[in-house]
Ligand binder design. Sequence first.
Ligand code: ADP
Ligand code: MG
Length: 343
Amino acid sequence: MSRIHLLSPRLANQIAAGEVVERPASVIKELLENSLDAGARRVDIEVEQAGVKLLRVRDDGSGIVEGDLPLALSRHATSKIQQLDDLERVNTLGFRGEALASVSSVSRLTLTSCAAGADQGWQVETEGRDMEPRLQPAAHPQGTTVEVRDLFFNTPARRKFLRTEKTEFSHLEEVVKRLALSRFDVAFSLRHNGRPVFNLRPAQTEQEARRRVATVCGPAFVEQSVTLDVERGGLRLWGWVGLPTFSRSQADLQYFFVNGRMIKDKLVAHAVRQAYRDVLFHGRHPTFVLFMELDPGVVDVNVHPTKHEVRFRDGRMVHDFLFSSLHRALADQRPGDTTQPEA
Ligand code: ADP
Ligand code: MG
């Protein structure tokens, strides 16, 4: 008797969801990345009960054409790459075509969209059932709204792993903050249980960028940090580094972006630690919001869908550059200095 059978699409998606959808914060990450990939200039986020009851992301991006709506929810369906070669130069945040399929298999999901140039919007709904989404017309301005309700309603085992509303919300807020720091040019708003958490206008000037950093990281951080902007050998590093006097007992104010993507990397962490070594007390953690830009061809950011790792072709050069830039920025800082960008 035969024992091998194909998994149903639903079960296959739920298993895949186990890897990418851990908690509401992972859902918001996927939805926001999709909005940014769609060229959104403004993203409005509304959550209830830390996103377990409701997560709604609305954007003014390119939208999805009617015929593509059901496909958007299918596994391995993406508009972002066509062939293996494209992976070499992928510049979107997503490309695996898994997120919406996974999320919709463990929640009640509604996707409403109006594509640029279309004369009306359309909506598909799924209820964590097999993929047979209902398509119907719906009023929507250009852009997309994804509504995710009752996360993990059909996977009680996963639901059990959720922490308190406060903890889940702080994870979710952290994800929004990271993305808001990665795209100063995009407006973001976040509401939780009907109350505004923040409302970030697009930041075009240095002043406005500084204000966004102050909103996201707290005013004390920008006041007690040095700005830097250094370029050498095809590498650029700019941003804010906290003065040693503004260190923290936890490594919770550390943002490092490589070509616009937030990463956490051993090599980077080591270079930063070295730069602060002589000025920071043992057990204290530095604070920073830093952006490194380099030729996309010498860094691989697609190592893992959820982990924030990168691979630098010339790690040693990157390490030296980071260490010396940060070391100098900190050493140049004298009490009373204003925060002038470094030449
Ligand atoms: P991926 O982002 O890896 O392509 P997703 O499952 O996240 O996979 O999304 C599937 C597809 O749905 C995307 O490739 C994109 O074409 C479309 N899509 C999803 N969200 C949006 C959005 N907010 N705006 C426009 N298109 C979207
Ligand atoms: Mg995606």
